[in-house]
Design a protein around this ligand. Structure first.
Ligand code: NAP
Length: 309
C-alpha cells in the first residue's frame, strides 16, 4: 500500500521512514513537509495539493505536532484517506472525538497510535497483572529535554503539552496494563516562567481497590535517563524499565531474547495500520490523553526558572 508521510521531523526520520522501508506491506509514495524531505521520494510542501494530485495514495501518516494535526487529519479524512496519527492524537479530546466521527462517516480507517504500548515488555506486564491485587504503581519518567527535544519550540506552546509529551507514553502503558480504570485526583505542575507548558509534573490517581498510583515526570534530569514503571501486588513485584523494553519480575530480569525490544514499536504500529486499512477499522483509545487533560485542569501550578533551549 502506498502511504504519504506528513511532517518530516525527528520522529518521522528516526522511526517512520525506517519502519515503512522495512515493511513489505508499505511503500512511501510521498512526503509533505515545509523543510524536510526523504531522498528518492516525491516531496510536497502543500498537503491539499498532495491530496488533490495523488488520489492513488490512500493512506496518510501524520507526524506533525498535536497542535496543527487536526486540520491535516480533517482534510485527509474528508478526502477519503485512511489516517494514522502520531501520539498524542490531538490537542484536545473534542478534536479527537470529531476525527473519530469523521472517519466512521467516511468509512475509512483511523488509528491513534501509542508507540510505547508496543514496547517489548508491555504485553507481558499486562498478562502478569491479571488476577493480582495491585498495591502500588509508580511511574518515574525523567529525561533531559535538551537531549531529546532540541529546538522544538512547539512543546512549550499550549498544545505542546510540555513534559506530558513523553509522560503520555508512560500513561499509555499504565492504561494498557492495568486491569482496573484509574482517574486523576491531583497534580503539581512546574511551569517555566517563559513557557506555557510544564517542565515537571507529579500526579496522583484514584484506584478502585485503594492502591497508591502516582507518576513523576521531569524534563530536568541530568545523568541517567529514567523511564520506569514499578508495580507492587499481593503476589510480587514487577518493573518495566527503559520505556517498557525490559521486564523485571520479583527482582529477576526476564530474558527478552528474540524480541525486538524498542525497535519493534513502529513496525508493529504499521502492521496494525495495514490491518485497519484492510478492515476499514477505527482504533482510537483516548484514555492516556484524558489523564493529561485532567492534570492540566486540576494541576496546581508553580512557576519555576525560565527554560532556554
Ligand atoms: P519535530 O521534530 O519538531 O517535527 C515536527 C514536524 O512537523 C516537522 O517536520 C515540522 O516541519 C512539521 N510541522 C508542521 N506544522 C508544524 C507546526 N505548526 N509547528 C511545528 N512543526 C510543524 O517533532 P517530532 O519530535 O518529530 O514530534 C512529532 C510528533 O511525534 C509529536 O506528536 C510527538 O509527540 C511524536 N513523537 C515524537 C518522538 C520523539 O522522540 N521525538 C517520539 C514519539 C512520538 P515541516 O513542515 O518542515 O515538516
Amino acid at each position: 500500500m502506498e502511504i504519504a508521510l506528513v511532517g518530516i521531523g525527528k520522529i518521522a526520520v528516526d522511526q517512520h521512514v525506517p519502519a515503512i522501508a522495512a515493511s513489505d506491506e508499505w511503500s512511501l509514495a510521498a512526503t509533505v513537509s515545509r523543510q524536510g524531505a526523504v531522498e528518492g521520494v516525491t516531496g510536497y510542501t502543500n498537503f491539499d495539493q498532495m491530496l488533490a494530485e495523488r488520489p492513488d495514495i490512500r493512506v496518510v501518516s501524520l507526524c506533525v505536532p498535536p497542535g496543527p494535526r487536526f486540520d491535516y487529519a480533517v482534510a485527509a479524512l474528508r478526502a477519503g484517506r485512511h489516517v494514522m496519527l502520531e501520539k498524542p492524537p490531538g490537542a484536545t479530546l473534542a478534536e479527537c472525538y470529531q476525527l473519530e466521527a469523521l472517519a466512521r462517516e467516511n468509512r475509512v480507517a483511523l488509528f491513534a497510535t501509542w508507540h510505547s504500548r508496543e514496547a517489548a515488555g508491555v504485553a507481558q506486564a499486562k498478562e502478569w497483572l491479571i488476577g493480582k491485587r495491585l498495591r502500588r504503581l509508580s511511574v518515574t519518567w525523567r529525561e533531559d529535554v535538551h537531549r531529546w527535544h532540541p529546538g522544538q519550540a512547539w512543546i512549550w506552546e499550549p498544545a505542546g503539552m510540555g513534559v506530558f509529551d513523553p509522560g503520555i507514553n508512560a500513561l499509555s502503558i499504565v492504561t494498557e496494563i492495568l486491569p482496573d480504570p484509574i482517574h486523576l485526583t491531583s497534580a503539581d505542575l512546574d511551569i517555566p516562567s517563559n513557557c506555557q507548558t510544564p517542565i515537571g509534573a507529579r500526579l496522583n490517581f484514584y484506584h478502585p481497590h485503594g492502591a497508591e498510583v502516582t507518576a513523576d515526570f521531569d524534563w530536568r534530569q541530568t545523568g541517567d535517563q529514567i523511564w520506569t514503571i514499578d508495580v507492587e501486588t499481593d503476589q510480587g513485584t514487577l518493573s518495566l524499565l527503559n520505556g517498557g523494553a525490559t521486564v523485571v519480575i520479583d527482582g529477576q530480569q526476564i530474558d527478552m531474547a528474540g524480541t525486538n525490544t524498542l525497535s519493534g514499536e513502529y513496525p508493529r504500529l504499521y502492521r496494525r495500520m495495514a490491518e485497519l486499512v484492510r478492515q476499514g477499522g477505527v482504533d482510537v483509545d483516548l484514555s492516556p490523553m484524558i489523564h493529561v487533560t485532567d492534570a492540566l485542569a486540576l494541576g496546581r501550578r508553580t512557576v519555576v526558572d525560565p527554560f532556554f533551549d
